[in-house]
Design a protein around this ligand. Structure first.
Ligand code: ATR
Length: 276
């Protein structure tokens, strides 16, 4: 029987995951399909039961269900448990549900793909202390990157994250701003600049060291104001398309055992977003 996969969220119509996974199924000769399913907050438990009953082999989870889905799963790996968020579910052979989170590892893969490596990058600055920042920091630390400094508008959250979640330091935005020249990798994880809705920059990257890698996990727009300033200042910039594609590729690998072609997909998605 043809296998099927899904992504659940609210809203869901804008999701690029179905096109991406369907292309990968085709490219790899796999008889399967991937569909978007609109699931509202109060429908989550019923949706999980239905996906299982209807023979779905696995699904992605997006806003607002990443945390809420955890109690409905049978097993959740350490990374997802620590982050308190699941973005990928696999239905195991015995029918039980396994949840993981590929967002942070997806970021690391996309960083490695552009040539950022543990030895050369040196000190890291993470801007933001929400769920995305936690996943990325954890994955970077696990991959041997560091030392990590976290800065956030609400400094207490940066402290909490840097003490309980990773072995890092916390700085206020003002202090991070003054010390920005010492970081070899700066990762912007806040929502500032997303969808053109929140204009502005969380931190001014004008005085970064030339050649520092500056990443923004936002991919719409492809170049946020923050990233543009960093590029003009001589930074090597990376937008969020790579992280998006690699988090999907890691899910695809979990389901099929194959790591799909990410370079071509990054180009396809960038072209599509750039044309909008
Ligand atoms: P996500 O799971 O996507 O990381 P989140 O957990 O809501 O989302 O975290 C959002 C992050 O963006 C937080 O670090 C937040 O800062 P606060 O902890 O101070 O709220 C940050 N953020 C959101 N809007 C911001 C703004 N206008 N300026 C600076 N930081 C902002």
């Amino acid at each position: 029987m043809k296998k099927w996969y899904a992504v659940i969220g609210d809203p869901i119509a804008q999701s690029m995951s179905p096109t991406m996974h369907d292309a990968w199924f085709r490219e790899n000769g796999i008889e399967a399909t991937y569909i978007p399913i609109h699931v509202k907050v109060d429908q989550l438990e019923e949706a999980v039961a239905s996906l299982k009953r209807l023979g779905c082999s696995g699904w992605n989870v997006t806003v607002p269900h990443k945390h809420a889905i955890i109690p409905f799963l049978d097993q959740v790996d350490e990374e997802a448990r620590r982050m308190g968020a699941v973005n990928t579910v696999k239905v195991l052979e015995d029918g039980s549900l396994f949840g993981t989170n590929t967002d942070g590892r997806g970021f690391v893969r996309s960083l490695l793909e552009i040539g950022g490596n543990q030895k050369e990058v040196g000190e890291l600055l993470i801007i933001g202390a929400g769920g995305a920042a936690a996943g990325i920091s954890f994955a970077l630390e696990s991959a041997g990157f560091g030392p990590i400094t976290v800065t956030n508008r609400t400094i207490e959250k940066a402290r909490e994250m840097s003490e309980s979640f990773i072995e890092g330091n916390a700085l206020s935005l003002d202090d991070a701003q003054s010390e920005i020249g010492k970081f070899g990798l700066i990762v912007q994880t806040t929502s500032v600049g997303m969808n053109f809705a929140q204009s502005g920059i969380p931190l001014d990257p004008t005085r970064i060291t030339e050649g520092a890698i500056v990443a923004d996990i936002i991919y719409n727009p492809l170049e946020t104001e923050f990233l543009r300033h960093a590029r003009v200042a001589g930074g090597k910039t990376m937008n969020g398309v790579g992280m998006f594609v690699h988090q999907g590729a890691l899910a695809f690998e979990l389901w099929t055992g194959i790591y799909p072609d990410t370079k071509k997909m990054i180009q396809t998605i960038s072209t599509e977003l750039g044309g909008k």
